[in-house]
Every structure is written in C-alpha cells, then in structure tokens.
Write a protein that binds this ligand. Structure first.
Ligand code: NOJ
Length: 556
C-alpha cells in the first residue's frame, strides 16, 4: 500500500515538474551551436584582439558550416583577471570588442541569416573593480551594502572568504578567483548564529535577483536570443537540496519566457537533469561534476590530464563511465530539455591534444559527438582541427592550479598567411600566440579541399538535419560499449528509421559481434572509413580498422 502511494507520488511529481515550464522554443530541437571566444575569433581593428565586427564578418562562413546559434564568451566591460568572467559593467560591451551598437548589429545580421546569438551571463559574481563592489565595501550603509556576501567582522574568515583593506568591517565571499566576489542571492539555509547570512527573501538578495532579470531584459530587448549562465547552480549559498536555487531559476524562467518566448536559457551546471529541473532548457555534459566526459577525451596533455582516455590511439580507455552517466542524464531529462556534449570549451582542451593529433583521430571524435542525441556544439576552431597549445604563459587568469586554459584560447586560423588572417596587428600584439606548427590547419585551405576535416564536419551537421534519427531527439541504444574494449557501437533511431554507428578511436583493428534483431536487408554506408558490418543469425559482425568510424543506414 505504502509502496503504491510512493509510486503515485513520484509519478505526479514527475508530471508536475514537466509541466512547470512552457516548453523550450522549437528551434532548439534542430539547432547546431558554435562557441566563440571573442578575444581570439577575428580582429578587424588591428589591436590583436578579436571583436564583434570580426564575428559579423564571419557569419556567412558559420552559416555555410551549418551553424544555427552562437554562444559568445563574456564581451562586457571587465578587469580581465578572468578573461571577461570578472565583469565591471553588465550593460556595456567592452571597448576592445566594440560598442553596444556593434552587438546590436551582430544580432540583426545573425537574424537576417536565420541564426541566433546567445550571450554569457556571469550571474554569480562581478569583478572586484565593479562600482557595486566599491559601494558595497563602504562603511556607510547604502543601497549596495548587501549586494555581496559580507561577514560582519574582518577577523572572521569562513571558507572561500577573502579579507582585504575594506572600509567596512568584514570579509567577502568569493566565487572563483579572489577577485570575483559573489553576488548576494542569499542562503538557502542561513545559519542563525551568523546573522550576516541573509535568507533569499531578504531585501538585499531580492534586489540582486531583480537586477539580474534587468540585465537579461536589457540584452534580450536589444535582440539577443538567450544566455549561457556561468556557474548556474552556485548563486544561492548553503542550499544543499537546491530548493531555493530551483525556485530562483524557476522565477527567472517564467519571467523570461513570458517576455521572450523564443529565448533560451543554457546552464553551466554539468548535470542536465538538475539544471533542467531548475528551469534551464539545456546544459552541458563536460568535465564538471562527473568523470564521463573526461574519461573519453582527457589524455596526458591539456588543461586537465588523465592517464588514459577512450579517444586515444593507445586504445586503453573505457567508454562506460561516460555511457552510464549520459544514458542516465538522457533518461532523466526526457523531453523537458536538452543535453549538449560539446567538442570542447574555453576551460579545457580541444580534441586535437597531445597524442590525439591526426586528422583521422579527430574524425573519430566528431563522428561520435555529431551522431549522439543532444544539441551539437563546435568550439571555435575544432571544426578545422585546431590544436591545444601547451606551454603558454598565463593570460588573463587562464592558469588554474590544475593546468592552463590558454592552450584552447589561441587565435582562430583563417588562412595560411603568417598571421593566419586573424589580425593585421604585429604578432607580438596578438591576444595569444598563434599555433606555430608548420602545417597548422586553416579555414581557407580546408574550405578549398572537399576531403578536409572541415567538409567532413560540415557533412556531419548536414546528416543530422537530413535524418532525424541522427539528430538531437532521436533515440540511442548502445550495442557494444564495454569497459576497456573497442569499438563503440550504437544504434540511433527515429520514426522507423535506423542507423548503426561504429567508432574505433584505438590504434588497433578490432572485430566484435553483438546481437541485433530484425529483418535487415542491408547496412547502407552513409559515411564510412574502413569499417564493415554484416548480420549473421541476429548477430552483427563488425570489423573496424585502426582509428576509423562508420555511419550506416539500416535498410529493412
Ligand atoms: C566558468 C567559466 O567557464 C570559467 O571560464 C570561469 O573562469 C569561471 N566560471 C568563473 O566565472
């Protein structure tokens, strides 16, 4: 009896949570994303740093590639102690990138091409140089005194608190680096013995929340299409069950969708099921919060290093950590939102990293990432196989204790000239040094070569559009995903259409059998490199040469 009741309760709470929000806009279902690190994309004013006009000048290229939506890393006024994630004015485009009018023009030009532009919303903290912080540290009580989280005694320094020369008597709570004081959205469970820990309902935290919505309205009204929200789960402190965090994002989503029904909200959470429950429409499966992504891609070089990973020629990695987490996430998210497994981002290494450095290897990576469910995302430069550059100096806070992020933030390589078509500035003025390899990849040459990696990646995006079974919502079933074994084999399906995909990142040729039922006439090769499939007595017999992939359409 008790068990039945619990089952009913669970069922109704599932229905209730699915109905809490209006659905995400339709366009997200078929969109391909591209992330732009504005510093390094394209410079048009000759200062060695990319700018908004540079992005506008490359929209046609991105359209050609098959991109529908962009996410720009923060482009607002900043102190650049953390590459723009330390904002000093949320309402103003940083001079080095251009003006608000330029950004508005980017929105308009993108829309003309039926593309969307999402901005990066650093919701949880500001720079220590923000005027809000200067007012907040004042001894005289003012409107912004509670904009940040302060203890009431400068000798009290709880974990993640920073002391300094402040007029007021207190230390402040940071979010990431010391220079990034946490905005005050309140505490889920304030400690009654620490009266400086305000509840979320207090006036200060409520004003911070209103200000955040104002910032979002400001850019959305100008033509922006949505936000990627930095450190989305971290706004409310001491909220172990995320009750208040969920309420906060739910309030924001309702407000946002009522005003901007076509707008989207993307979390940086690292747990799509949780993020989507809170009110986001999409979240990333990346290196945060679990080891799935890292166990696929992080090898011995890069920002974060692993001894082994699945996508390496050594062939000693295991796919199951990822597969288990990913399937659990897909199941929990269902139709209420989207997962995204990106090629890389500005915080960790690219696919081209360490010993994973040949075109064939990079093809196995994107053949995989572009044929699994979820929203596809290319990090700028990955479409041509740009390399993670080790050994760079710390640039604008790129260096973390674990490793340097600068290797993934180097200038985009547009052509084969000495400055790679990135900028006319002298090389010493470049934001970061350009890849110095003799044969560094570039867009121009790859565009001219129909068998290049760029064309391959473009074709993968086209296949997703052509066949819903390969797209964002199609189903996936892993047919062969075994610990320490290769290849990886899975089936995709939608509306009665089926595909079988084989990915062998290892440097060994492999043969496996796996069960597959049905009356199958043929496995029609769609995009295949040295992989063969036959079906004998309901057993799929697979042969895959070293470092190969195969996408086959099942003809029944
Ligand atoms: C996550 C961002 O992706 C990263 O680049 C940044 O340093 C931290 N959040 C702090 O904002």
């Amino acid at each position: 009896m008790k068990k039945t009741f619990l089952l009913f309760a669970a069922f109704f709470s599932l229905i209730a949570s699915a109905q809490r929000f209006k659905p995400a806009p339709e366009w997200l279902k078929t969109a391909a994303f591209y992330q732009i690190y504005p510093q390094s994309f394209k410079d048009t004013d000759g200062d060695g740093i990319g700018d908004i006009n540079g992005i506008i000048s490359k929209l046609d290229y991105l359209k050609w590639l098959g991109i529908d939506a962009l996410w720009l890393n923060p482009c607002f006024e900043s102190s650049y102690q953390d590459a723009g994630y330390d904002v000093t004015d949320f309402y103003r485009v940083a001079k080095r990138y251009g003006t608000n009018a330029d950004l508005k023009r980017l929105f308009t030009e993108a829309h003309k091409r039926k593309m969307r532009v999402c901005l990066d919303l650093v919701a949880g903290h500001t720079s220590i140089d923000h005027l809000w912080f200067k007012a907040s540290q004042s001894a005289t009580r003012n409107e912004l005194s509670d904009r940040y989280i302060w203890t009431n005694d400068s000798t009290v320094k709880p974990e993640r608190h920073v002391s300094g020369k402040f007029e007021r008597n207190g230390t402040y709570r940071k979010n990431f680096f010391d220079c990034q004081p946490a905005l005050n959205y309140g505490f889920g469970k304030p400690d009654p013995t620490q009266p400086w820990q305000l509840p979320v309902t207090a006036e200060g935290p409520q004003k911070t929340r209103k200000e955040l919505m104002k910032i979002m309205d400001f850019w959305m009204t100008m033509g922006c299409d949505g936000f990627r929200v930095d450190m989305a789960p971290s706004l409310i402190k001491n909220d172990p069950e995320r009750v208040e965090t969920n309420k906060l994002w739910a309030e924001i989503r309702h407000h946002f969708q009522q005003k901007f029904p076509e707008g989207i909200l993307i979390a940086e959470w690292g747990n799509p099921a949780r993020a989507i429950k809170a009110g986001f429409m999409m979240d990333f499966i990346i290196h945060l919060g679990n080891d799935g992504y890292s166990s696929l891609f992080f090898n011995k070089e890069g920002t974060y290093r692993h001894d082994t990973c699945y996508f390496n020629v050594e062939g000693n990695g295991t796919p199951t950590t990822f597969v288990d987490y990913y399937l659990e996430q897909l199941k929990n998210v269902g139709d209420s939102g989207y997962v995204c497994v990106p090629t890389a981002n500005h915080d960790f290494q690219r696919p081209n990293c360490g010993t994973r450095n040949t075109e064939a290897q990079l093809r196995t990576v994107t053949a995989f990432l572009m044929t699994i469910p979820g929203v596809p995302l290319f990090y700028y430069g990955d479409e041509i196989g740009m390399k993670f550059i080790p050994g760079l100096p710390n640039k604008e806070g790129s260096q973390l204790t674990k490793g340097n992020r600068a290797g993934s933030r180097t200038p985009m390589q547009w052509d084969s000239s000495s400055k790679a078509g990135f900028s006319t500035a002298s090389l010493d003025k470049f934001y970061l040094p350009i890849d110095s390899s003799a044969y560094r990849p570039n867009v121009e040459s790859e565009m001219a070569n129909p068998s290049s990696l760029l064309h391959f990646n473009r074709y993968l995006l086209q296949l997703r559009k052509q066949y819903p079974a390969l797209g964002t919502r199609g189903a996936i079933r892993f047919l062969y995903a075994e610990a320490n074994k290769y290849p990886l084999v899975y089936e995709r399906s939608a509306n009665g259409q089926r595909f079988v995909i084989v990915i062998n990142p290892s440097g060994k040729s492999v043969q496996v059998d796996c069960p597959l039922s049905g009356t199958i006439k043929e496995f029609k090769p769609v995009l295949v490199d040295k992989v063969s499939l036959i079906l004998v007595n309901n057993k799929l017999q697979i042969k895959a040469d070293a470092v190969t992939y195969g996408i086959f359409k099942v003809i029944e």
